[in-house]
Design a protein around this ligand. Structure first.
Ligand SMILES: Nc1ncnc2c1ncn2[C@@H]1O[C@H](COP(=O)(O)OP(=O)(O)O)[C@@H](O)[C@H]1O
Ligand SMILES: O=C(O)C1=C[C@@H](OP(=O)(O)O)[C@@H](O)[C@H](O)C1
Ligand SMILES: [Mg+2]
Length: 175
């Protein structure tokens, strides 16, 4: 396991990648980058808009280009989107260029954390729970395949989980 370079957070929607990533970057005084946010800035459009106009394939193309770029940066905490691991090129980039942390989160908890958020196009369906279960079955093995570290998010606040990641990786807080 590498204790230098960058930290890449992977896991399903509602795992807390964006929230924990911010705390972690702040504690390490590293830059925080959210892949989805960067895609929105570069495209000048929201994630739902991209899915609507270009379909999931269009989004995945943009995401792959973004992950290729962002994984080259040093000393950053990168929150990926939940589906980034679906593309092999992304898995290779994440695995080879930094420390990958899988935020393991059961489906029931993902449901609780995403229920009121309309910004995840894949969950705008009659049965979001079934969709999350389907995605979990497909993706959990891929998250595990590239993870250097697996942190369950079932206990602890986002801040506490960021602290736990830092301690487990042997990284000292700068503040
Ligand atoms: N450990 C946690 N405990 C409670 N709520 C959390 C935790 N981590 C994240 N959340 C909440 O869950 C929601 C989804 O978090 P987010 O960081 O957007 O997840 P992701 O980026 O993995 O999809 C947010 O409202 C966030 O505040
Ligand atoms: O799981 C997915 O396929 C997606 C997860 C989202 O990011 P979060 O995991 O941060 O919600 C976002 O990239 C997009 O809506 C697709
Ligand atoms: Mg996110």
């Amino acid at each position: 396991m590498r204790s230098e370079g960058s930290i890449f957070l992977v896991g399903p929607m509602g795992a807390g990648k964006t929230t924990i990533g911010r705390f972690l970057a702040d504690m390490l005084s590293w830059r925080f980058i959210d892949s989805d946010h960067e895609i929105e800035l570069k495209t000048g459009a929201s994630i739902p808009w991209i899915f609507e106009k270009e379909g999931e394939d269009g989004f995945r193309r943009r995401e792959e280009a973004m992950i290729a770029e962002l994984t080259q940066q040093r000393n950053v905490v990168l929150a990926t989107g939940g589906g980034a691991v679906m593309r092999r090129a992304n898995r290779l980039a994440l695995q080879s260029r930094g420390t990958v942390v899988y935020l393991y989160t059961p489906v029931a908890m993902q449901i609780d954390r995403t229920a009121h958020d309309r910004n995840r196009p894949l969950l705008q369906t009659a049965n979001p729970e079934a969709r999350l279960r389907e995605l979990f079955d497909l993706r959990d093995p891929l998250y595990r395949e590239i993870a250097d570290l697996i942190i369950p998010t079932t206990d602890g606040s986002a801040r506490e989980l960021a602290q736990k990641i830092m301690q487990t990786l042997g990284l000292a807080p700068l503040k």
